[in-house]
Design a protein. Sequence first.
Length: 124
Amino acid sequence: MYELKKTYGTNQQIKWNVDPRQTGDHGKELPKVVYEKQKLVIVDSNYVFSAESVDKGVVKYRDGDKMDIYGKEGVNTGKHFTAIYKFENEQLTICYNLAGDSYPDGFETKSKPTLFLSVFTKQQ
């Protein structure tokens, strides 16, 4: 997220839409009904993810491309997810390890049941 802070500054509200062409579970694209209303808003180290319900929490960035995500409100309250991310061409790609026991070693999720990939495009 350091790249995001350099690009957009701190304490900026950055809104992201899910990019359905590149978001999936175990290497498979999700159906439109799953992602069409999903939104991610990041303000410094706080996030709000809106889907079927609202999830709020804190993101801590470490070692350049790693993040720790802590659910504070909503369905993920009390959960810890580890993830890696990259920011390229106005897209934010996050590969989550839903088990939270280690960081993914890449962005490939096929045959890796605890990994989930999301690609977000900046909302205009």
